[in-house]
Design a protein around this ligand. Structure first.
Ligand code: ZN
Length: 420
């Protein structure tokens, strides 16, 4: 634990916005806030001094696309029946939040549960905020979807109507018709959920759907956006193909998750409307840079879909990178990694030739904007004291965000864990 007043000596500092690593900067923290940032700050007599002169210091990282309710990302709900249970999902979410924190990711944006768990995220968040568990901050949503769609994990229980209906009732944002979604979002808001997520199309890992279908009616999509905005919540959607992304942007969506099959015209529209994209590059690495061995681990149906769209994946990646779209940093879980191993996404950005400062800003100040949390994501006076320190060269080493050496959240230090 850190003292109430702390002075951190940083070897180098990335402040979340400025595209430089400033040498020998000090950060003065009182309580949970940053009070002063500068070179050669006076050390108050009551301050504990932390020497991070061997590290590069950054704001605490933010992962904007996590499904925290899984213990392991590669155990799909159908092979782990416990993931359909609220208590198990809550334990998994608490574990993910703790592991993320210890790896330097002080905030997680939960984009819906992967199991059918009800309202577990706000309980997990409350337990962390009340100090019963160690964990990252959580910005939370529960995915809006229709029965039988990509977001309907209940269908994996098999074609037993009673079982599906019973479990389906606990999938609190799965339903039909605009009025259902209006009521579901008001209920989420009542409980303190932060934003709305729409599972707008099928995916690659789910059987019986397609990444180019539309799984909610236009009236449902428009009602979700209108209701969320009335309630002051942002709205984002899981979507891949240009026609749907265009439609969502025209309906007034704030962000898109994935957008992996996007084209240039659609990217230009997103730039004009300032719609952000959380591209989750890492899960698609074996598709963009075709990797037969890793593809073999996916289901035959998924492999077929990925191969069919492979060229579009390559093109979509290029379009996203060359665009000026506000790109957020998010990992998803459709990969061989655990939901809290958020550092792997950095590897995908750097290996795609993206400027490391764009990636670093995405994981800090840009993601703070996406999360509607302006008090995090930057190191400046008045900001919450969420701070991370890294051993490796952030500008050159794709594994740099896998090797956390210091973490502070809300002015309190925690022991770190390296992924390496
Ligand atoms: Zn996802």
């Amino acid at each position: 634990m850190c003292a109430a007043t702390t002075l951190i000596h940083c070897g180098k500092l990335f402040d979340g916005i400025t595209e430089t690593l400033q040498p020998n900067v000090d950060i003065l923290i009182r309580g949970n806030r940053i009070e002063e940032v500068g070179c050669g700050l006076h050390t108050p007599s009551d301050a504990e001094v932390i020497d991070l002169s061997q590290l590069t210091v950054t704001p605490g990282m933010i992962d904007a696309h996590v499904h925290p309710d899984l213990m392991e990302s590669f155990v799909a709900n159908h092979s782990n029946p416990y993931s359909m249970n609220d208590a198990y999902c809550a334990l998994a979410a608490a574990r993910t939040a703790e592991k993320a924190l210890r790896r330097g990711f002080t905030t997680l944006r939960a984009v819906g549960a992967f199991g059918c768990c009800g309202y577990v995220f706000h309980n997990v968040r409350a337990a962390i905020e009340q100090g019963y568990y160690l964990g990252a901050r959580m910005v939370i949503s529960q995915g809006c979807c229709t029965p039988g769609s990509h977001g309907d994990y209940v269908k994996s229980l098999g074609p037993v109507p009673e079982l599906i209906q019973d479990y389906g009732q606990r999938h609190v944002c799965m339903g039909n018709g605009p009025e259902f979604f209006r009521a579901a979002l008001r209920e989420q808001r009542r409980l303190g959920y932060d934003f709305a997520k729409i599972m707008a199309t099928g995916g690659f890992a789910t059987e019986g759907d397609s990444p180019v279908d539309q799984q909610l009616g236009d009236d449902e999509l428009q009602m979700i956006m209108a209701t969320a905005h009335e309630l002051g919540m942002g709205v984002t959607a899981h979507a891949y193909f240009p026609a749907l992304v265009t439609k969502l942007a025209e309906f007034g969506i704030d962000g898109i998750e994935h957008a992996a099959l996007i084209d240039k015209t659609t990217a230009t529209l997103l730039e004009q409307k300032d719609v952000y994209v959380v591209p989750t590059f890492m899960p698609y690495e074996p598709v963009v840079h075709w990797d037969e061995e890793r593809m073999k681990k996916k289901t035959v149906a998924a492999q077929k879909k990925y191969r069919y769209y492979q060229e579009q994946f390559v093109e979509g990646r290029k379009v996203l990178i060359e665009s000026n779209i506000r790109l957020g940093y998010g990992t998803d879980i459709v990969a061989q990694f655990f939901p809290y191993e958020s550092g792997y996404e950095y590897e995908a950005w750097l290996n795609s030739g993206i400027d490391p400062y764009r990636a670093l800003k995405a994981a800090t100040s840009v993601n703070a904007g996406i999360c509607q949390r302006p008090q995090i994501g930057t190191i400046a006076p008045g900001q919450l004291a969420d701070i991370a320190g890294w051993k490796r060269d952030l500008l050159k080493d794709p594994k740099a965000l896998l090797d956390c050496a210091f973490v502070m959240k809300d002015g309190v230090c925690y022991e770190t864990e390296s992924n390496l």
